[in-house]
Ligand binder design. Structure first.
Ligand code: GCW
Length: 662
């Protein structure tokens, strides 16, 4: 086991300096197995640089990382404490040893300072997963990585897997240090070449799995539901057909013969053109159970996506509501999925918008294992050209209580199914295009592990690790926190207002286009006219979507008075003069937030500029962020002007402060 080292690639949150505290100590690692070997190699690597020493059992030490499988610790759990000058990590399994090691790295010198009471660490949920929307062949429209904003794929290039997979190993290392333990290596839109990863191109998947294994990460594969036809030459992919079941069973057996710790399948079916069980008059439970049954003998799981809706809607038809679709399709199937079938639900009912209510599906299927899906890749949140720290959004969703304050939170529901997100990583030298977007990847792993963490504290961890060894850490920390803490809300302010969403350019989804989707089949409308704006999703006069929520939310969202302002236009169509909680009208709110948001973007750039030339961050990183900030400021100005002009022209209501609107 060698620790991956890359030239010309930014080390993200694991620069050598982050290992100084561990690397200058005497460390004992007790335990055997692949992951224990990784920890040993990590310790040796850090010591070689910083003068510490890996020691054998019996010798004096400052840190002991011990595997003690008996007891009440799960495989990923560990207990960390410090007494009598020795820091100890006692792990329930090898994975716990690895996570305990990275916890010590995260603590740095603090791990070796005062005594600390032994604290038990355990992940909130067993599976913390990243989905890659990477294609093997460059797709004519979507490119190498669908919705990728960080260059090509770290797995695939121009039709094949990279021959040098060192970068994949380094990725696994970063993910392990954040808490992620599963990765799906290909796009959920499974095109012809990618479908073959399941069969004749399985060797490439095995090669990737071999790189991720030492960091405790299992590989999953997106598969095409029609594979029995496309790859197996069968006349049907009907989930109830005996030949089809047999084909999946045999194919899956071969997968496990090649990759014994394979995680399972991810499926996007009957969605945006992907094949699925509807073609055979079967339900999505039939479809998911087919794959679950093939995987069960090997301990695998299928992640079946709930993102099913009609993308050929007629915009003239006001009765169809895309927000309703996932619940309408899946809620009636509750209790009909196998135990190794996980229903993967996007956090909102629409599609990864900057502001949406939490999906009602999450509260509707108590007898089904649900995973919540987030989007780390910033498709609708600035495409890694804008600073947009998403920790606060995810934390808000995970902490949301669908049954009211006394009931469980979304994070509690996800305990059984896990937390999943679409990765934002590519072959870019900074991994994520925008260097500050690395924080989103880190925060996803940390919040999946411990959903109760405070997003600002996660940011502090990320800053401390990424910029370890910085000459004035406190100044840098303050600047980055000021730039990033509120960046999601800033982005919300200068883009689509009050929860309405989708005022983006069709296709690539970057930049403003208020009516871009208004008369399209995609089901994403705002219904602005001369009198008002918003989507009436009430039971009393609208699409009835509010009725998909349990109480109290079904009542809260239904009521114009109680509906939270930030979601007002998601649930209600209101006149421009409707007065919000803070006393401003809807149209004035649109003007105010758009002016304020664009100003905040400009201020973010100013904060960064103050760091120029003082050596706190490397010049190339400084320049990359600076270049992105220029684009953010330009784009925020464009959003402000288009949105304000649009609503001034529609409503005829002037800005109360007489600011320039075009
Ligand atoms: O947000 C939409 C994206 C599609 C994506 C789809 C999905 C992979 O625009 O590019 O397809 O979601 O989640 O399946």
């Amino acid at each position: 086991m060698t620790i991956p080292e890359l030239n010309d690639v930014h080390p993200a949150w694991l620069p050598p300096e982050a290992f100084r505290a561990v690397g200058s100590r005497r460390t004992l690692v007790a335990g055997d197995g692949t992951l224990a070997e990784t920890v040993r190699a990590e310790v040796a690597h850090a010591c070689a640089r910083y003068g510490g020493e890996p020691v054998a059992s019996g010798a004096a030490h400052d840190l002991a990382l011990t595997l003690s499988p008996d007891g009440d610790l799960g495989d990923e759990d560990f207990v960390l404490g410090r007494r009598d000058g020795v820091t100890t990590v006692r792990a329930g399994g090898q994975a716990g040893l690895l996570y305990g090691f990275f916890e010590v790295v995260r603590l740095g010198e603090a791990a070796f300072a005062a005594d600390r009471a032994a604290v038990r660490h355990r992940p909130a949920t067993r599976r913390r997963m990243l989905d890659h929307w990477d294609n093997i062949d460059v797709h004519p429209v979507m490119g190498q990585v669908e919705r990728g904003y960080a260059g090509g794929s770290i797995f695939w290039r121009d039709g094949v897997a990279h021959d040098d997979l060192t970068r994949v190993r380094a990725y696994g290392r970063l993910l392990a240090a954040s808490g992620v333990n599963a990765v799906a290596v290909n796009n959920v839109n499974v095109h012809a070449t990618e479908a073959r990863l399941l069969t004749d191109r399985l060797g490439e998947v095995a090669a990737i799995a071999a790189e991720l294994r030492p960091y405790g990460i299992r590989v999953h594969l997106s598969v095409n539901f029609a594979s029995p036809v496309a790859l197996g030459g069968l006349p049907t992919a009907d989930p109830l057909d005996a030949g089809v079941r047999e084909w999946w069973a045999r194919t899956t057996e071969r997968v496990y013969a090649t990759i014994p710790d394979f995680g399972g399948y991810v499926v996007k079916a009957d969605s945006e053109g992907q094949p699925g069980p509807f073609a055979y008059g079967r339900s999505h439970a039939d479809g998911a159970n087919l794959l679950a049954d093939a995987l069960a003998p090997h301990g695998g799981v299928v992640h079946w996506r709930a993102f099913v809706y009609d993308h050929r809607q007629d915009w003239r038809d006001r009765s169809t509501d895309r927000a309703r679709a996932a619940y309408d399709h899946f809620a009636p199937l509750d209790g009909r999925f196998r135990d190794n079938a996980i229903l993967q639900v996007k956090y909102g009912p629409m599609d990864f918008q900057v502001r949406e209510p939490v999906s009602p599906v999450i509260a509707a299927m108590p007898a089904t294992r649900l995973a919540v899906e987030f989007q780390v890749t910033q498709e609708y949140t600035g495409q890694q050209r804008h600073v947009c720290y998403l920790g606060p959004l995810w934390s808000e969703v995970l902490g949301f209580r669908p049954w009211g304050e006394a009931g469980p939170a979304v994070a509690d529901v996800a305990v059984r199914g896990g937390v999943v997100a679409v990765s934002n990583v590519g072959d870019d030298p900074y991994w994520t295009g925008h260097p500050l977007a690395q924080a989103n990847l880190y925060a996803f792993g940390r919040l999946a592990w411990a959903p109760g963490l405070e997003p600002g504290a996660v940011l502090d961890e990320w800053i401390g690790l990424t910029f370890a060894g910085c000459a004035d850490p406190e100044r840098l920390r303050r600047t980055l926190r000021e730039m990033m803490d509120g960046s999601w809300r800033t982005y919300e302010r200068y883009t689509a207002p009050l929860g309405v969403g989708f005022m983006v350019r069709p296709g690539h989804h970057y930049g403003p286009d208020v009516d871009g989707y208004e008369y399209t089949p995609w089901g994403t409308y705002h219904f602005a006219d001369r009198d008002g704006v918003g989507v009436d999703r009430t039971r009393s006069s609208g699409t009835g979507f509010t009725g998909q929520y349990p109480e109290p939310w079904s009542e809260v969202y239904e009521s114009l008075d109680d509906c939270p302002d930030e979601l007002l236009l998601f649930f209600h169509h209101v006149p421009y003069g409707h007065v919000l909680g803070d006393g401003t009208t809807v149209v004035q709110h649109i003007y105010d937030t758009h002016f304020a948001g664009a100003e905040e973007a400009a201020r973010t750039r100013l904060l960064w500029e103050k760091l120029a030339g003082d050596g706190l961050v490397a010049p190339d990183l400084y320049a990359r962020v600076r270049e992105r900030l220029d684009e953010q400021v330009r784009s925020a100005g464009e959003w402000r002007d288009q949105l304000n002009t649009y609503f001034l022209r529609k409503s005829g209501v002037p800005d109360a402060h007489g600011r320039p609107i075009h």
